[in-house]
Structures are given as structure tokens and as C-alpha cells.
Ligand binder design. Structure first.
Ligand code: FES
Length: 578
């Protein structure tokens, strides 16, 4: 018996009426109503996951990028079909965009799997959209390529270059310290984010764009192209053409997102001094492929990966500077001896083939050599100890080394509300030598793990000139922020982790050298506190909030929903078979 050829384009995944020939006939007759020729309707289909939303400033130019992707698909002989998905604008969501990341990943996965497409182009950009799209694409396992919206250009204000959002925080700190007045901060507000695109520094969006390229899921050289640059539009067009190649060769995400490419992405994360959020997102993306990101492995990689890129929030430069300095290609070439060069990319070539073919211009002010790095070790480090049995993260590249080996008194805030109510109180019993501790801001807290780990310096200390303190929480931190900030403490306080047992005046010991963070309180006392802990918050009665609360994992597991991960022992679990 001759085998039936695999269906292509609109004849994939037919709606089931119990008569497949009828289903094909009905679908094609409905598709005719879109005004498409019968010739086009027979072509391979490239879906375009479009995330334009007026609630997402970072995606303002998505329609222009989608139009360019369509040109690329058409020129390569395919039929491009755009479809909307959830869009997550970082500052427009309550409680947090992370809370909705998994919902967007479900939307992306199911629409990619449920609609007839031979490949998909994922157009995203703002912090949580790229990880959500990659998570969904890995689970759907349809040939996929990522296009990002690209970073904003910087603006100018009184002779200074400004870019969202490290400079947002810098000026807000000045305002809190009384160094600038309300009129000035309002003027600054109008000059921080002046073009389309994602935040202009090495924040979470830029980090995730860089990791998408390092993973091999995005075209070479496209992570750092500014949103408003004509090259960005050309990159989108080229990605449409590449999607046609991926469809023809059936190069699926499980061939690209492997243990090797995830490790390459971790190396790049460390070398660019990337956002702490990215470790959560990369863990979640890898988890969809059945790959575990072990924080001990992160430490081992961190010890042997230098920081090479000098962007804000740790250095003086912006993403537009990285683009003209050589982009992520320059970073990858510098890291070459440390990378798995046989990892496949969306070009159909391996990473090694890509790097061998690239020209070599690098601006060494922005991307350093391995011999003369900015820092000899990686930007992130995982800490373990009695306060964080499953780990915590410190972005040492953005922290003050003078605070790395220190024992101090805890000043505790039990929630975001408590923090807001007391942090600036003149009566707050706090000195610059204390550790500020925020509880109940983790994934299981009602606040949904906000970027609140960058606790403000108490106003009276800020006015006295204190710029940094050790701050510890189960929250996250914006990739654009900086300071000696211990984040993602796992398990979180809301799930009964030791962080919730800290009381004012307890001693905490931090040792970055030993990779430890310990609560120096006797076990008997901790047991007593555990016994009198308040009951867990009520389960939401319905909707996505209930699903989230029932299923969300801790930070060390990527905060994905448990039932969406692939089984580590069964990497193809949860994948479409077509
Ligand atoms: Fe979208 Fe910063 S707000 S990337």
C-alpha cells in the first residue's frame, strides 16, 4: 500500500466532521472568501504569531514587522497567515506580566498546534512575550523562528543620553533622595522612552532577545538591531523566508533547543551580564523540552564565563551600541572555545558554521575580549543555604563587592503593602549595615512574583547618601535594575519556605565566595515559628488565577505551570505529532 503524503498548508489538521474530504472542501471554500487565489491556497502555510496591542508600547511596530515577514514568505513561495495571540506589555499588567506569561504560552502553543501551519514566525519583544512564545513553540514543536521588535533608541535630555529603564530608576532614586524636584522628574519622564521598541538597556527583553539568538531560534545578528532601524524590517523579511526553509526541512524546535544550546544560552546570559529574570525564563523554555537547568551548573558555568559586554545597567552603553559594536555575534565569537558549536540553528547551519562565516568587526569598548574582560567571572551566581534551600540568585555584575561577605541584622517587611507603608517612615529602625528582607512576593504570593526585589533604600538613608544595601526577597528584579540584591529565594515564603520565618533582628549571613545565604536562627526556634505561621491564602475560586495557584512552580523550576512541562525522562512529551 502506498503511504499517503503528509498534508501541507491549509490541508493540515482538518476540522473533524467525520468526513475528511468534506472538511478539506469546506475549509478551502471558506478560505476562498479571504480573496486568496486557489494557487496561493495550495502553498505551504507560515503562521505569524502577531502581538500588536495598544496595551503594549514595546510592540508598536509589530504590524510593520508582520508585513515584512509576509513579504519574505510570499517571495519564498509560501502563504503567510497572521494570527493574534495575547500580548504582554510589561508595565500594563496586574498583578504582574510573569503571572500571565504561562497563559500566553498556552495561547501560543494551542494556536500553533490547532491551526494549519507548516511553520510559524513568532513576533514578540517585551519581557515576557519572547519566553512565552518560545515555551509555546517548543511544546507545539512546529518549525518556528523568533523575530523580536528590537530595542528602543536612546533619547537626549539636557545633554544626557537617556534610555529606559536603568535611567528611569537612576532618576527616581535621585528624586527620592531629594536631589531633583517634581518638575524635573516629570521632564525626565517625557524623555526616557522615545521610540518604538523594547527597553534600551540589557534588561530582560534585550537579554531574552540575546538568548533567543544564542539558542539558535533567531536569525544571526538580529537580537540587537534597534526597533526603528531599517535592518529590523529586513530581518523580519529574511525570517519569513527562513520559516519556509524550516518548513521544507521540517526543522522543529526540539532539534534546536537541546541541552547544548541551552548551555550556550547560559554562557551568553553570563557574558552579557544579563537579567536575572532570564534564568527563570530559560529554565521554563528548557523545561518544555525536558531539559533541567540546574543552579549548581549555572555556578560552574559562571566560574568559567567572563563578563564581556558593557551595557547598562552595569556599564555605560545601550543596545543600539551593541548592535553597531558587532552584536551577539561578537559575543558568541569571543566565547567560541566555551560553546557547543555543533548546536543547530534556524538557518539550518550549526553555530560553528555560523561563526566561521561571520566577519569579525568588534568595538572593544562595548564587547571585551576574554583576555581582558570586564569581570573574570559570570554576571549571575546562585546562592544556597538555610535561607534558600533550593537556591537564590544574585546578579553580582550589578552588585557592590564590598557587601559580598557580610553578616547583618534583618529588617523585615512581610508583604509589598507592609513595605510601602513603612520603608520611608522616619521611625523605621534601620541602618545602612542592615539587610532588608521582603517576604511574600514569590510565585505563590498574591502579588505573583513582581519585580519588587529592588527594594528602595529607606528614605532617611537615601537622603544620607546610602546608595546600596543587601536586599533579600522571593521577588524578581527588573533586568534594568542594579544593587546587591538577592532574589528568587526558593522555596518562597508563601509556600512555607524559610524566608517566611525571618523576624526583625535575626542575623543573616551572606557569602558570595561560598555561594551561601544562611539564616542564623536555631532550628527549634524556626520550628516554633513554623507552627504559629498563619494559614495559607485562600485558593482563588475560578479562572486562570486558580489554575496558576494550583500549578505554578517555584523560581528554580522556571515558574512554569507544572502540567505544561515535558517529563525530563521523556523529551518529546507534550509535543504535537501532526
Ligand atoms: Fe517592554 Fe521594557 S517595558 S521591554
Amino acid at each position: 500500500m502506498t503511504e499517503k503524503p503528509e498534508p501541507v498548508g491549509l490541508t493540515r489538521g482538518l476540522t473533524n466532521y467525520g468526513d475528511m474530504d468534506f472538511a478539506r472542501y469546506l475549509r478551502l471554500s471558506m478560505a476562498r472568501s479571504m480573496g486568496l487565489s486557489s494557487e496561493l491556497l495550495r502553498k505551504p502555510v507560515v503562521g505569524i504569531a502577531a502581538t500588536y496591542s495598544e496595551f503594549n508600547n514595546c510592540h508598536r511596530q509589530v504590524p510593520e514587522l508582520v508585513a515584512a515577514v509576509k513579504r519574505g514568505v510570499l517571495a519564498a513561495g509560501g502563504l503567510p497567515l497572521e494570527f493574534p495571540t495575547i500580548s504582554l506589555g510589561e508595565v500594563f499588567l496586574n498583578p504582574t506580566s510573569l503571572f500571565f506569561r504561562n497563559l500566553m504560552a498556552i495561547d501560543t502553543e494551542e494556536m500553533v498546534r490547532g491551526q494549519p501551519m507548516d511553520a510559524v514566525v513568532l513576533v514578540g519583544g517585551c519581557d515576557k512575550t519572547v519566553p512565552a512564545q518560545l515555551m509555546g513553540a517548543v511544546s507545539a514543536n512546529v518549525p518556528a523562528i523568533q523575530v523580536v521588535t528590537g530595542p528602543m533608541m536612546t533619547g537626549r535630555w539636557r545633554g544626557e543620553r537617556l534610555g529606559a529603564c536603568t535611567d528611569c530608576r537612576r532618576f527616581w532614586a535621585k528624586f527620592r533622595a531629594g536631589e531633583i524636584d517634581a518638575d524635573t522628574i516629570e521632564e525626565v519622564e517625557g524623555n526616557l522612552a522615545t521610540t518604538a521598541g523594547t527597553c534600551a538597556v540589557m534588561g530582560t527583553a534585550s537579554t531574552m532577545a540575546s538568548l533567543a539568538e544564542a539558542l539558535g531560534m533567531m536569525l544571526p545578528g538580529t537580537a540587537a538591531i534597534p526597533a526603528v532601524h531599517a535592518d529590523r524590517i529586513r530581518a523580519a523579511e529574511a525570517s519569513g523566508a527562513a520559516a519556509m526553509m524550516l518548513a521544507a526541512k521540517r526543522i522543529t524546535p526540539d532539534r534546536i533547543i537541546t541541552e547544548k544550546s541551552v548551555e550556550n544560552a547560559l554562557r551568553v546570559l553570563l557574558a552579557i551580564g544579563g537579567s536575572t529574570n532570564a534564568i527563570i525564563h530559560l529554565t521554563a523554555i528548557a523545561g518544555r523540552a525536558g531539559i533541567t537547568v540546574d543552579l549548581n551548573r549555572l555556578n560552574a558555568l559562571s566560574d568559567t564565563t567572563p563578563v564581556l559586554v558593557d551595557l547598562k545597567p552595569t556599564g555605560p552603553f545601550y543596545m543600539e551600541d551593541l548592535h553597531v559594536a558587532g552584536g551577539i555575534g561578537a559575543v558568541l565569537r569571543e566565547l567560541k572555545p566555551l560553546l557547543h558549536l555543533d548546536a543547530l540553528t534556524v538557518t539550518g547551519e550549526t553555530l560553528g558554521e555560523r561563526l566561521a562565516a561571520e566577519p569579525g568587526y568588534v568595538d572593544r569598548a562595548v564587547v571585551r575580549t576574554r583576555e581582558e574582560p570586564l569581570q573574570p567571572e559570570g554576571g549571575l551566581v546562585a546562592l544556597f543555604g538555610s535561607l534558600a534551600p533550593r537556591g537564590a540568585i544574585l546578579k553580582r555584575a550589578a552588585a557592590d563587592p564590598k557587601l559580598f561577605e557580610k553578616e547583618a541584622r534583618a529588617v523585615v517587611f512581610t508583604s509589598l503593602e507592609d513595605l510601602a507603608a513603612r520603608i520611608d517612615s522616619p521611625d523605621l529602625d534601620v541602618t545602612a549595615d542592615d539587610f532588608l528582607v521582603l517576604q511574600n512576593a514569590g510565585p505563590l504570593s498574591p502579588s505573583g512574583m513582581p519585580e519588587a526585589g529592588y527594594l528602595p533604600i529607606p528614605a532617611k538613608l537615601a537622603r544620607a547618601g546610602v546608595k546600596d544595601m543587601v536586599r533579600i526577597s522571593d521577588a524578581r528584579m527588573s533586568g534594568t535594575a542594579y544593587g546587591t540584591i538577592v532574589l528568587h529565594v526558593s522555596p518562597d515564603a508563601a509556600s512555607g519556605g524559610p524566608l517566611g520565618l525571618v523576624r526583625n533582628g535575626d542575623r543573616i549571613r551572606l557569602s558570595v565566595k561560598e555561594r551561601r545565604i544562611d539564616l542564623l536562627v536555631e532550628e527549634a526556634e524556626l520550628a516554633r515559628r513554623r507552627a504559629e505561621a498563619p494559614a495559607a491564602a485562600a485558593m482563588p475560586k475560578r479562572g486562570y488565577a486558580r489554575l496558576y495557584k494550583e500549578q505554578v512552580l517555584q523560581a528554580d523550576e522556571g515558574c512554569d505551570l507544572d502540567f505544561l512541562r515535558a517529563e525530563p525522562s521523556c523529551p518529546s512529551a507534550g509535543r504535537a505529532t501532526d
